[in-house]
Design a protein. Structure first.
Length: 161
């Protein structure tokens, strides 16, 4: 597995993987699916996008986006989102994406990486983040509306870079 900066030819695969997570409705706050135009605009507007490449077939199997979490006096804090194709989950690709993201965040001058809305039941992500040194900030009750309309707690995290 190789993690690298995305290229324009990766956009179609990135959109498919991103939309897969949006459709699942249990991790990303977005509800609108990306199409070619909105996906190109969305990914190109990020500070950095990394893709996980399956080297044998040179196909995108995961990705992350990195961008400021806020502006001005809080502009040194960044945020990121990660998506791995369902066919490739359970193979530690997410961990590789997070580790690369931490390095890219430093290279881009950020001082803190903050996750605003990790769904409490997303135990795999939460265990990974904690194993990699992210600090939980508490719980926001009913902060995430699930696809089925129920509400679940969210757990913000941060990592000093």
């Amino acid at each position: 597995m190789k993690i690298r900066a995305y290229k324009p030819e990766d956009i179609k695969s990135m959109i498919e993987i991103w939309n897969e997570v949006v459709i699942d409705g249990i991790a990303f706050p977005q509800e609108e699916l990306l199409d070619e135009a909105s996906g190109t605009a969305f990914f190109s507007s990020q500070t950095y996008c990394g893709v996980a490449m399956e080297e044998d077939r040179q196909s995108v199997v995961g990705l992350y986006i990195l961008h400021p979490n806020n502006v001005g006096r809080c502009g040194h804090i960044c945020n990121a989102s990660y998506a791995v194709s369902a066919k490739w989950r359970g193979q530690h690709i997410g961990e590789q994406l997070v580790l690369d993201c931490l390095e890219q965040a430093k290279k881009h001058g950020f001082k803190i990486l903050q996750f605003n809305a990790v769904v409490e039941s997303n135990l795999h992500a939460r265990h990974l983040y904690e194993r990699l040194g992210f600090i939980p900030l508490g719980v926001i009750p009913n902060g995430f509306r699930m696809k089925d309309g129920s509400y679940e707690n969210i757990c913000p995290y941060y990592h000093v870079l």
